[in-house]
Design a protein around this ligand. Structure first.
Ligand code: PAD
Ligand code: ZN
Length: 338
């Protein structure tokens, strides 16, 4: 089967033949239908995060079960599934205290025609859900939505700022609308993204090119927000996210800040109970959250069609990442041949 392989950082992915073993007792072989391109993949391709090479990246995908290991009871061949990086063991302290997202640190390899995964890395979904939209839920949507709903637990009426409106940021905006947030302020340097953000639920938009972002947000909210979400992965925007909080507000850092990079905060701000926290994959419980997100889509509350900027074939994957780097796309997806 064909896969896009990363051999060296800052070099194009190479399309190569790769073979997989038969599924082990608890493994599932999946025919990949669709894989989304996430900025996290690009961070690894650019060497901003250390990663053993060669590697097949990609972690936002949906597909059809082809074969299951001898002990698998959760799925059978023909089932439609979404993958999730947050594979859970079900027995460690984190899993048994309700935080399965903090279980083992794993990888997926979705830029490939087939994937061999542990059964606890997938969720079964209804068959009338289009696979190309379901794939988006596997990372971008669960991460942005979950940051708002699971990690920050935004309450109805609270004000929210989302800095960086790519695939993940758009999901945070849509999630804030579903959660009943009050003001939802979208921050992005790309006017097209800001326009789409408005369609997904943003009540206000802020373009950093029109002046100091923190001041613009303060002016809009009478002094600061309850919740800010950094969905970009940069020092300066993480600092902005904290600086724009009202007393008691919480900044949630979703973006992957380059490994080793430190951020600086104004210590005095903690006296007024401002908080800052990380969010991993939207603090998901994906076997519950993902089917619920699909129901939101089916009821017209989650606007998944609007995320897809381009549908590519596997050999076009490098062009997809170039477009992401240029900030042009919300999500590009690889559609595999059936
Ligand atoms: P993306 O590249 O699709 O979106 C980034 C957006 O930021 C684009 O719309 C840009 O126009 C915009 N932008 C650029 N500069 C600025 C600026 N100065 N101010 C405001 N906006 C700006 O990325 P993505 O949505 O795929 O991913 C976003 C981050 O989330 C990235 O760092 C990724 O690695 C991280 C991520 N984290 C997790 C997690 O579990 N924490 C999961 C998935 C992705
Ligand atoms: Zn991702």
């Amino acid at each position: 089967m064909k896969a896009a392989v990363l051999h060296e950082v800052n070099k194009p992915l190479m399309i190569e033949d790769v073979s997989l073993p038969n599924p082990g007792p608890r493994e599932v072989l999946i025919r990949t239908a669709v894989a989304g391109l996430c900025h996290s993949d690009l961070h690894f391709m650019e060497g901003l995060y250390p990663h053993p090479l060669p590697a097949v990246l990609g972690h936002e995908s949906a597909g059809v079960v082809e074969q299951v290991g001898s002990d698998v009871t959760y799925v059978k061949p023909g089932d439609h599934v979404v993958t999730c990086l947050s594979v859970f063991c079900g027995t460690c302290d984190n899993c048994t205290t309700g935080r399965p997202v903090l279980c083992t640190d794993t990888n997926l390899s979705s830029f490939a025609e087939q994937m061999l995964v542990h059964e606890n890395a997938i969720v079964k979904i209804r068959k009338d859900m289009p696979l190309e939209l379901a794939a988006l839920i596997g990372c971008g949507v669960i991460t942005g939505y979950g940051a708002v709903v699971n990690t920050a637990k935004v309450a109805p009426g609270e004000n929210v700022v989302v800095i960086g409106c790519g695939g993940v940021g758009m999901a945070a905006i849509n999630g804030a609308q579903i959660a009943g947030a009050g003001r939802i302020i979208a921050v992005d340097t790309n006017p097209a993204k800001l326009q789409l953000a408005t369609k997904l639920g943003a009540t206000d938009i802020v373009d950093p090119r029109n002046g100091d972002v923190v001041q613009q947000v303060r002016d809009l909210t009478n002094g600061g927000v309850h919740h800010s979400f950094e969905v970009l992965g940069r020092k300066e925007t993480a600092e902005q996210a904290f600086a724009m909080l009202a007393p008691g507000g919480t900044a949630t850092i979703v973006g992957m800040i380059p490994f080793g990079q430190k951020i600086e905060l104004h210590g005095f701000d903690f006296l007024r109970e401002r908080k800052i926290q990380g969010s991993s994959m939207g603090s998901n419980h994906f076997r519950v959250d993902m089917p619920r997100l699909i129901e939101f889509y089916m009821r017209g509350k989650l606007h998944l069609e609007d995320w897809i900027s381009a549908k590519l074939k596997l050999p076009e994957i490098n062009e997809g990442f170039a477009a992401m780097k240029a900030g042009k796309t919300v999500r590009s997806v690889i559609v595999f041949d059936a």
